[in-house]
Design a protein around this ligand. Structure first.
Ligand SMILES: *Cc1c(COP(=O)(O)O)cnc(C)c1O
Length: 225
């Protein structure tokens, strides 16, 4: 079962989020990826209607199914961002759909994406909290992964990270480290900040936030695999 969304309400939430981002960052545009995992195809539709075209998903099957339900016109307007733990064997089926691979965190994924989607836009995901169960490469591997991705012709557009839930101070420090690395490596985007840690992320220099709950409401717990 997927949770329904109310397009009118989503449009209001998008307006609120835009206003909040402008207030937090008056001189720099922070872009929004609308994260639609856990919701049906009405969520990307509502995001599109509210003027958001970057849509994020975490699970390969869910993304492929949602994409297939959209009309060709809608498909053409959406730029899908893949955000979840990525298995190497899923790259092939996603390659014609995904525009930006945000969760690239290891060497084998770089090679597979370069093979299946030559020249694709990627972000290197960093593990900011050193919790092994979370995705992301250790910060110390960032430079070599970026170098590898560039060497095989991928377009490294950003670094991505997830903050530590319930620890805004720790998240703020980790976000700053990510932004510092992006600047050192000449990488344009810092994809940091979700519904609950937007302030810290934008203060640290986020250029792109990934927001689900604050736009669409609470997700039903994930049951199937
Ligand atoms: C689910 C998810 C988001 C959005 O989270 P919200 O708390 O709903 O805003 C952003 N980024 C990643 C990597 C996610 O998995």
């Amino acid at each position: 079962m997927t949770t329904q969304v109310n397009a009118q309400l989503v449009a209001e939430h998008v307006d609120e989020l835009r206003a909040r981002l402008t207030q937090l960052s008056p001189n720099r545009t922070v872009r929004i990826v609308a994260v639609t995992k856990g919701f049906g195809v009405d969520a990307p539709r509502a995001a599109l209607a509210a003027g958001l075209t970057m849509i994020g998903e975490n699970y390969a099957q869910e993304l492929i199914a949602k994409h297939a339900e959209l009309t060709p016109e809608e498909q053409a307007r959406i730029e899908w961002h893949f955000l979840g733990r990525l298995q190497r064997n899923k790259v092939r089926s996603l390659a014609s759909i995904v525009s930006v691979w945000q969760s690239v965190d290891r060497s084998e994924l770089i090679d597979e994406i370069a093979r299946r989607a030559p020249g694709a836009r990627v972000m290197i995901q960093l593990n900011l909290s050193n919790e092994p169960q979370k995705g992301g490469a250790p910060l110390g591997e960032c430079g070599s992964l970026v170098e590898q991705a560039r060497a095989v012709g991928l377009d490294v557009v950003g670094l991505m990270g997830v903050g530590t839930v319930g620890d805004p101070v720790e998240s703020a420090e980790a976000f700053s480290r990510l932004v510092g690395l992006a600047s050192e490596l000449g990488i344009a985007e810092s994809s940091i900040g979700m519904s609950d840690d937007l302030e810290e992320a934008v203060a640290a220099g986020s250029t792109m936030v990934r927001v689900g709950t604050a736009l669409f409401g609470a997700r039903a717990p994930r049951t199937e695999v």
